[in-house]
Design a protein around this ligand. Structure first.
Ligand code: BG6
Length: 503
């Protein structure tokens, strides 16, 4: 049984129920599976079913082609419990409802509690569940899934972890990071550890630098109130991007067991060099905010004009960070990671820039400016691209760069699960590989905290502006040192075809 706290909120209708519905259609849900939504809204089971399924804009298209009876087979598994005015009032009513559903549907006391509420309620809800005996695994398992933001700083993350761990044991706690549910993020592990052609090169001897871009074309949409207290570093960098970094940086795990993989990820995060002094923080970080502009002839608001945003806000919508990893493998290799809203396109990719060959045989080839790159495209146009040198036909040895690519879309028969689908299914099966462990979250905060602190209190810290719809502030390339500039990717993985001759 999945019990969702905060079930009347947007996440349930937008992500959780559609994810479960897809699992239902794919016949992946356990036979006796039921959902119990719980929140402070006064709704009947029927009203809740209408809200999240029958009349849901997020399922509209999917339902159109399906028979009512078939859809009813799904909605009949969905129930709702009104928690009254307060999440912190005791849960005897909820416990009774859970027990009735448990007996009626045969869920064998296996419960998964999903916290889709503000984090300030996590501990009180966990306490109430424990008081009602709903943390006991004597009969059936009990698991918690908690949504981000997981803490606001290292200190608050620790308090949150300790708070939850008073009532549930760490293996019962699943901290969701939906980027880990993305196929292409998981494919980072497979690319590295199931091929013999990349891993031998995956180190300081062959890699010049690593670049990670996460760009969104949207602004803060309707979430100005939340975002203004968070900012790009907390919203995307501390969690999703640090997870990607850990998969790029980590050492090979002994096997694919969750704890083996998570141990290596923690080690990776702990090896990031924490920036302490103001000069390094000044030189290695850039923050910025989008300002009003016109995109495709349409006026677009600046961040400070967005609903819910303080007109004098100094919250960043663009964050770029350069850092080093202090371990044997990565010594001296710079990492450049950026995330932002209101960029020209929505794209996430990891680019491994390899060093140019140690000894240049083809002196006039221009090869030094044409390094080999491995581009792992997380989204969209998911795939992998290698840029490598080829000889230009004709006399001499002129070298150009060509593309070698793989696209997930070419696997036409394969159904690619959405992040939430995969993660919910994993949690049901007790597989925590793709969930963040307490020490992982804390290690990521440890790296991010000094940057946040500097951005808040630093002497020379600046907030740059960039017109909505461009690739960040004008000086963003300065971070890349003498290496040139960020790769500003397009919507397609291989926007430039590499060396080609049209006629
Ligand atoms: C969320 C952030 O975690 O991730 C949002 O809070 C962001 O601000 C979203 O838009 C991006 O997710 P995706 O899967 O669309 O890249």
């Amino acid at each position: 049984m999945l019990i969702i706290f905060g079930a009347s909120g947007d996440l349930t209708a937008r992500k959780l129920i559609p994810g479960l519905f897809n699992l239902y259609v794919a016949q992946q849900l356990p036979e006796n599976f039921v959902v119990l939504g719980a929140s402070r809204s006064d709704m009947t089971d029927e009203e809740f079913r209408d809200k999240v399924v029958n009349k849901s804009p997020y399922l509209k298209e999917k339902l159109e082609d399906l028979k009512d009876n078939y859809v009813k087979g799904f909605t009949d598994r969905i129930f709702y419990e009104d928690l009254g005015s307060d999440y912190t009032a005791e849960y005897s009513g909820l416990a009774k409802r859970i027990e009735t559903l448990n007996v009626d549907s045969g869920t064998e006391s296996n419960y998964m509690f999903y916290f889709s509420t503000p984090p300030s309620l996590y501990e009180p809800i966990a306490k109430n569940l424990a008081d009602a005996g709903l943390n006991s695994q004597e009969k059936g398992w009990k698991r918690l899934i908690v949504e981000k933001p997981f803490g606001y700083s290292l200190e608050s993350a620790k308090i949150l972890n300790n708070g939850l761990q008073q009532y549930f044991k760490e293996p019962q706690i699943y901290r969701i990071d939906h980027y880990l549910g993305k196929e292409t993020v998981q494919n980072l592990l497979v690319t590295r550890f199931s091929n013999s052609i990349f891993e031998p090169l995956w180190n300081r001897n062959y890699i010049h630098h690593v670049e990670i871009t996460n760009a969104e074309s949207v602004g803060v949409e309707k979430r100005g109130g939340y975002y203004d207290k968070s900012g790009a570093l907390r919203d995307m960098f501390q969690n999703h991007l640090m997870q990607i970094v850990s998969l790029v940086v980590m050492e090979p795990p002994i096997g694919d067991q969750p704890e083996e993989i998570r141990n290596e990820k923690v080690k990776a995060l702990k090896s990031l060099r924490i920036m302490q002094d103001e000069k390094t923080l000044f030189d290695h970080t850039i923050r910025a905010q989008y300002v009003a502009s016109e995109i495709n002839g349409e006026k677009v608001k600046g961040y400070r004009e967005e609903d819910g945003v303080d007109p004098n806000s100094i919250t960043e919508t663009y964050a770029a960070v350069k850092f080093f990893v202090d371990n044997w493998r990565w010594h001296g290799v710079p990492f450049y990671v950026r995330t932002a809203k209101r960029m020209p396109t929505k794209v996430t990719e990891v680019i491994i820039h390899f060093k140019t060959p140690h000894h240049q045989i083809f002196k006039d080839s221009g090869v030094s400016s044409k390094d080999n790159k491995l581009i792992i495209r997380i989204q969209p146009d998911e795939g992998v691209l290698i840029k490598f040198g080829v000889k230009v036909p004709g006399q001499g040895f002129k070298v150009e760069r060509a593309n070698l690519d793989f696209y997930y879309s070419s696997l036409a028969q394969t159904y690619v699960m959405e992040a939430y689908e995969r993660l919910l299914l994993d949690a049901m099966q007790g597989d925590a590989t793709l969930y963040a462990r307490a020490d992982e979250v804390e290690a990521a905060w440890e790296f991010v905290d000094p940057i946040l602190d500097y951005w808040k209190n630093g002497k020379d810290v600046r907030m740059y502006g960039y017109a909505a719809g461009v690739w960040g502030p004008e000086n963003s390339d300065e971070l890349i040192d003498d290496l040139g500039y960020w790769r500003n990717p397009g919507e397609n993985l291989a926007d430039d075809p590499g060396y080609c001759v049209i006629c």
